[in-house]
Write a protein that binds this ligand. Structure first.
Ligand SMILES: NC(=O)c1ccc[n+]([C@@H]2O[C@H](COP(=O)([O-])OP(=O)(O)OC[C@H]3O[C@@H](n4cnc5c(N)ncnc54)[C@H](O)[C@@H]3O)[C@@H](O)[C@H]2O)c1
Length: 270
């Protein structure tokens, strides 16, 4: 899909990858960019920057996508401003529950499920009827390389990112022939607040990501994501090596698990 002239909604767009995505869509000529985030002030700030470049081309909306009502209200507000949504990018995410299974709480699990998975379901459920009626629509999501491989050091993150990949796959299989395009962004390390601080950033999980390969800038990830979306590509892998790891996992699961245990031990020892 060519973003020029399109109405695009990006969640988690007050910072990091989401902010870079919103800016990239705007740079490539999107007619209306909705910058959505639970951080209302941050969302307004990003939208104001876009409006300085092209007045009336963006709005910032404070939205908690971890609830059904938050997604409904966000999409209502987006449609009221720019009309039908052409592309929805479910990018907001949380990294919680680091450590072993016994140290991740029900709160970690519930919040991770709500923001990393159910947000995608709520948004798609709301947007699908009109996309199917129009015979076109684009649903993109940010999962993670952890959704194809695993996140050493966080069970809630691993499980919910796998679920996000599974949901995107399912949407593509079920509605691809009805005109829905789906992309799933699965980066490894990206230089954002999530990797640099907080539950994931300050734990073994963050150490593993930083040790596993090159940490990309959000702008690099956004540029790769937009190129892939222009080509209608499903799986977006800003770190090319993730494809090799994914293939190795599929080729010999037990060998791959042994390798992951070695990586975990190496990081824990360092
Ligand atoms: N940084 C990495 O290394 C990395 C790697 C793979 C995948 N990801 C994924 O990329 C996405 C973006 O994360 P990021 O790295 O840019 O981190 P980030 O912390 O900079 O951005 C996450 C944004 O999501 C927002 N958010 C959190 N909960 C929300 C909610 N309930 N409703 C609305 N907004 C909410 C935050 O306010 C924040 O602005 C996430 O889904 C994350 O899991 C990140």
């Amino acid at each position: 899909m060519d973003p020029a002239g399109k109405h695009v909604v990006v969640t988690g767009a007050a910072s990091g990858i989401g902010r870079a995505l919103a800016v990239a869509f705007h740079n490539r000529g999107a007619r209306g960019v909705v910058v959505a985030d639970i951080n209302d002030v941050g969302a307004q700030h990003v939208a104001a920057g876009l409006n300085r470049v092209r007045p009336g081309s963006a709005i910032g909306i404070g939205a908690d996508v971890g609830t059904a009502a938050g997604n409904e209200a966000l999409i209502d507000a987006a449609q009221a401003t720019f009309g039908a949504v052409d592309l929805f990018f479910a990018n907001a995410g949380v990294g919680m529950g680091s450590g072993d299974l016994l140290s991740s709480t029900d709160f970690d699990w519930d919040m991770s499920l709500a923001v990393n998975v159910k947000a995608h379901i709520w948004a798609a459920r709301r947007l699908l009827p009109e996309w199917l009626e129009r015979g076109e629509g684009y649903f993109a999501s940010t999962a993670s390389a952890a959704g194809l491989l695993s996140q050493i050091g966080s069970a809630p993150y691993s499980v919910t990112k796998h679920a996000a990949v599974a949901f995107a796959e399912w949407l593509s299989i079920t509605y691809g022939d009805a005109g829905l395009r789906v992309s799933c962004l699965c980066p490894m390390g990206v230089n954002t607040d999530m990797l640099n601080a907080g539950d994931i950033g300050d734990s073994t999980a963050g150490d593993v990501v930083r040790a596993a390969g090159v940490v990309l800038e959000p702008e690099q990830v956004a540029a790769i994501a937009l190129d892939a979306i222009e080509g209608g590509q499903f799986l977006i892998l800003p770190h090319a090596e993730v494809l090799t790891y994914f293939q190795r996992k599929g080729a010999d699961y037990d060998r791959w698990l042994a390798g992951m245990r070695r990586l975990q031990a190496r990081v824990a020892a360092s």
